[in-house]
Every structure is written in C-alpha cells, then in structure tokens.
Design a protein around this ligand. Structure first.
Ligand SMILES: [Zn+2]
Length: 72
C-alpha cells in the first residue's frame, strides 16, 4: 500500500480569525444589552436622561426575563 492512499485526517482551520473576533464582540455586546444595560449605552449620546427612559432595557425586557436575567 502506498502512502498516497493513506488517510489524511489533518484539517486546516478555514475560519478567518477576524470573523471569530467580530462574532465574539457581537455576542458579548448582545449579552450585555439583553442582560445588564440600564441606560448606560444610550447615556453616551443622551446623557442622564437615558437612565430615566432606559430604552434598551424596555426594548429587551421580555427577552431578559425569558433568558433568566433578573431586573426587578
Ligand atoms: Zn423585568
């Protein structure tokens, strides 16, 4: 049996490292928005009013409870 017909089990990773980094950032940001944001993100542009309105919190409120994050 020649070595040309032997099994080749070596697989090279075809996923670009940049895609893994970008998806990890999106995942972490999504978990933060759904689970922990109390107006901090919008306060960067809206100021202290964002802590009163909490748009992201209200928008993701049902998802937050469905995912098991406590908020009140
Ligand atoms: Zn709640």
């Amino acid at each position: 049996m020649s070595s040309q017909h032997g099994l080749r089990l070596i697989q090279k990773d075809q996923t670009p490292k940049l895609a893994i980094v970008v998806l990890a950032i999106v995942a972490i940001l999504s978990i933060y928005i759904v689970g922990y944001d109390q107006g901090q993100l919008f306060s960067l542009a809206q100021g202290n009013d964002a802590y009163q309105s909490m748009w992201l919190h209200e928008f993701t409120h049902d998802i937050r409870h469905a995912a098991g994050f406590p908020c009140h």
